[in-house]
Design a protein around this ligand. Structure first.
Ligand code: FPP
Length: 241
């Protein structure tokens, strides 16, 4: 079965899941974190080289302060508890996003997890944290403009490779498959540059209900897709004229 090298997931639906159960959104995020743990393990087991999870978007800062604080606490607890397991499972941890917005404490825990897993050679797990695709592109454009201003760069030197080099995610291959749960069919500012040729898969399941079997279904669906990158498939030469 053809597997994606890079799977990126928009874990959506924690709030709706909790609401259906008459529970707090907090409860939904806790359950969502347990599901994230299982899916991380499953992807490592399936030897998917790169897994990226949209853990907190730039826009998520606009949620009520109490919810932001809960999400940060969950992240804090997850990394404190799980970094040892990531090392054991040979998973390298990374982040993309605007870390300057994160608290000193979270930044330090995130850096600790990155340093402790830096030698790991198995799956690369990336959390998109305080991440926004437009913000990432805006920063890249600012940095390129500075280089032109200082005379280090000429505008005719700007090409796709150069732009990619200015994106903090440039160490990751483009996602082959982007999966979103909860039935919503949008990218919500996730990996805008990188998703140009990604296959998209939308699951109706809310993230806290998403299982390893659902992941398997998404992967089977992916393996049946033909990616043409704007070209046409191999046709007998008689049909090309
Ligand atoms: C979307 O659900 C989810 C988030 C905003 C955050 C995702 C976070 C987690 C799964 C928990 C933290 C994860 C890790 C790996 C530490 P929503 O709140 O937008 O749901 P709704 O659309 O139903 O309201």
């Amino acid at each position: 079965m053809k597997r994606p090298s890079h799977l990126a997931i928009i874990m959506d639906g924690n709030g709706r899941w909790a609401k259906r159960k008459n529970k707090s959104r907090h409860f939904g995020h806790i359950r969502g974190t347990q599901v994230a743990k299982s899916i991380i393990q499953e992807c490592a087991k399936l030897k998917i080289p790169y897994l990226t999870l949209y853990a907190f978007s730039s826009e998520n800062w606009l949620r009520p302060a109490a919810e932001v604080s809960i999400l940060m606490k969950i992240l804090n607890k997850y990394l404190k508890k799980e970094t040892t397991n990531l090392v054991k499972e040979n998973i390298r941890f990374n982040t993309i996003g605007d870390s300057s917005q994160l608290s000193e404490e979270i930044r330090s825990i995130v850096n600790d997890a990155k340093n402790r897993t830096a030698h790991c050679t198995g799956m690369t797990l990336t959390f998109a944290l305080s991440y926004g695709g437009r913000q990432e592109l805006t920063h890249a454009i600012q940095a390129i403009a500075e280089k032109i201003k200082s005379g280090d760069l000429k505008s005719d030197m700007i090409n796709e490779d150069l732009v990619r080099g200015y994106l903090p995610s440039n160490h990751l291959p483009d996602p082959d498959l982007i999966l979103r749960t909860s039935g919503e069919k949008r990218l919500s500012n996730f990996l805008l540059w990188q998703s140009a040729y990604s296959e998209l898969y939308f699951s109706e399941k809310l993230w806290p209900d998403f299982t390893e079997a659902d992941l398997q279904e998404a992967l089977i669906h992916y393996s049946s897709r033909e990616r043409r990158y704007g070209r046409i498939s191999d046709l007998p030469s008689t049909q090309l004229t």
